[in-house]
Design a protein around this ligand. Sequence first.
Ligand code: HEC
Ligand code: HEC
Ligand code: HEC
Ligand code: HEC
Ligand code: HEC
Length: 202
Amino acid sequence: MSRKLSGRGKKVTAAVFFFFIFSGLSLFIFLISNNKIRFGYNNDYQPDQPIPFSHAIHVGQYQMDCRYCHTAVEEGRHAGVPSLDTCMNCHLTVKPDSPYIQKLREAYENNQPIVWEKVHLLPDFVKFNHSLHIKALSSRFAESSQLPPSKEQIRKTCTTCHGTVENMEIMYQHESLSMGWCVQCHRKEEHQAPINCSTCHY
Ligand code: HEC
Ligand code: HEC
Ligand code: HEC
Ligand code: HEC
Ligand code: HEC
């Protein structure tokens, strides 16, 4: 049994239809402008962090070594993000009155981690290892044949892929991390790193 819509029924249907189109569109625009949906690659991706940790202060102004906090970068696949113990080496005494530092201290005393938002993330089907890259690339910035590499040498090596971290108030992704980006560097005359598919894919 079918029933034709009256004139008024049609108007209501049209209104409901446009309401859904309009709210769908608004939601979509909200999502893309807040990084909830992303197109293509994540260059410039800069998530909000629970505490506005500034590399510009710690590395730019106070000249800290990347390895002080990213301790695994020379040995492992991942550089790692520091635990609160590392922060509290200084912040038990440095600027304890800051509301941010009080937040750190509270988490520390309650044995709770600060959950940093990940900035860089490759898909699971890609192999990437920091230690190999640091070894291969840092020699380009060696001031002498000294071992282990100096703080400056390490910083410049990281800059190759992460941009000028020492100027970043809030961390963001500097490069696309696309396959093309990886392969272009591997192909360079001075690197001649492997580019067969199984180098980077399982
Ligand atoms: C005082 C400790 C400290 C030092 C020193 C430090 N970092 Fe970090 N780094 C952090 C913390 C904490 C985070 C996580 C919060 C954030 O993303 O800002 C982080 C995040 C990062 C990230 C992004 C991680 C992700 O989620 O993808 C990169 C890349 C990075 N640091 C590179 C560097 C480089 C390069 C240096 C040296 C030039 C350096 N850091 C020195 C503490 C430090
Ligand atoms: C050859 C390019 C390259 C260089 C050089 C490099 N990184 Fe990375 N870094 C990456 C990529 C790609 C990722 C994402 C890795 C993933 O998702 O598995 C990353 C991720 C990170 C992260 C997030 C946590 C992790 O390990 O996944 C930190 C922190 C980081 N890098 C710090 C550093 C520091 C410090 C240096 C210098 C000592 C450095 N990186 C040098 C490409 C590089
Ligand atoms: C080697 C010592 C040292 C370490 C380790 C350290 N910081 Fe700092 N931090 C400083 C100094 C110095 C300042 C600048 C203080 C000032 O402005 O007087 C600072 C400033 C800050 C500020 C800004 C505070 C404000 O209100 O202005 C935050 C937030 C912060 N650090 C977070 C962290 C976090 C999170 C870690 C661990 C990942 C960390 N720091 C590790 C020395 C350190
Ligand atoms: C700035 C240049 C540069 C970029 C960017 C770069 N690589 Fe590399 N990569 C190298 C060099 C140089 C080596 C050679 C290391 C060695 O074996 O001495 C290498 C080696 C590797 C290896 C080990 C190869 C082996 O010998 O088994 C893998 C895996 C790898 N890269 C993956 C990646 C991926 C994935 C990306 C992108 C997310 C990437 N690389 C981006 C320079 C780069
Ligand atoms: C130097 C590292 C590297 C090499 C070599 C490499 N890839 Fe990739 N590949 C990546 C990275 C990083 C990604 C993820 C980023 C992207 O999608 O661009 C990727 C993504 C892909 C994807 C998924 C694309 C997508 O849009 O989801 C395919 C398919 C792929 N690679 C195939 C290959 C094949 C086939 C080869 C050999 C001809 C190859 N790759 C060699 C690094 C590499």
